[in-house]
Ligand binder design. Structure first.
Ligand code: ATP
Length: 232
């Protein structure tokens, strides 16, 4: 689904993604874990095209996309749920969802129902302003908005950020259920335990470089991961 080779990205002269290579196979959940400032968000933004790159290659289903603008990447099947949700606060829940489908010209009614089934809390609030939702509901809305594009690959940036443990589990359960529907997921998380528990495979990123990779279960057992990210 996704092949990334030697990807680099910088802010001015400071390189923060320093030659990252990774792969996500169709149908997988792959977790990218690492501490604050490791470069996770920058990497995800580079993949969706909202952050310039200084080198490397990105292929989506075999097609080179590193020069494609973000909207083209969406049309090819990539959707990005950004860090901090970034919902359109004054717009209604349903209008936020409709915006996720702005490049489609087929019927989206069934997709709206799918989102409301995945996140029943949103169905009750469909006519309310998105800005009035709780943090957890805004996260659900940001994920729903991305799903409205019918993505093949979902890029999720820290969906658990700032949420109570029960909600974190609820959101990650939905991520796991998307896999059952055939959506491939690249999940960025600081909450390494929860992310690796639902991931088929994972990568650890440290100061812009991949330092470890393996199955979710193997990384959860790895003493280096346990010490650095799980606090045990
Ligand atoms: P977090 O979990 O805190 O979001 P992260 O792993 O996602 O961390 P990034 O947000 O990608 O890390 O940041 C990587 C590095 O780039 C950090 O040192 C950060 O300070 C720096 N950085 C991020 N955004 C900018 C920016 N707009 N301008 C300059 N430096 C930036």
């Amino acid at each position: 689904m996704l092949e990334v080779e030697d990807l680099r990205s910088a802010y001015g002269r400071i390189e923060v993604v320093k030659g990252v290579s990774l792969k996500v196979a169709a149908g997988e959940i792959v977790a990218l874990v690492g501490s604050n400032g490791a470069g996770k968000t920058t990497l995800l933004r580079a993949l969706s095209g909202v952050q310039p790159i200084t080198g490397g290659r990105i292929r989506l289903q075999g097609e080179s996309i590193e020069k494609a603008p973000p909207h083209r990447r969406v049309a090819l099947g990539m959707a990005h749920v950004p860090e901090g949700r970034q919902v359109f606060a004054p717009l209604s829940v349903e209008d936020n969802l409709r915006l996720g489908a702005f490049q489609r010209n087929d019927d989206i009614a069934v997709d709206l129902e799918r989102v409301y089934t995945l996140f029943p809390a949103l169905a009750d609030k469909r006519r309310q302003a998105a800005g009035g939702l709780s943090g957890g509901q805004q996260q659900m809305l940001a994920m729903g908005r991305a799903l409205m594009a019918r993505p093949k690959l979902l890029l999720l940036d820290e969906p658990s950020m700032g949420l109570a443990p029960l909600l974190v589990q609820q959101i990650l359960d939905v991520v796991a259920s998307l896999k059952a529907e055939g959506v491939t997921v690249l999940l960025v998380e600081q909450n390494a335990t929860a992310a690796l528990a639902i991931a088929d495979r994972g990568y650890v990123i440290e100061t812009g470089r991949i330092s470890l990779q393996g199955s979710g279960a193997a990384l959860l057992r790895d003493p280096k991961v346990r010490e650095a990210y799980l606090g045990v």
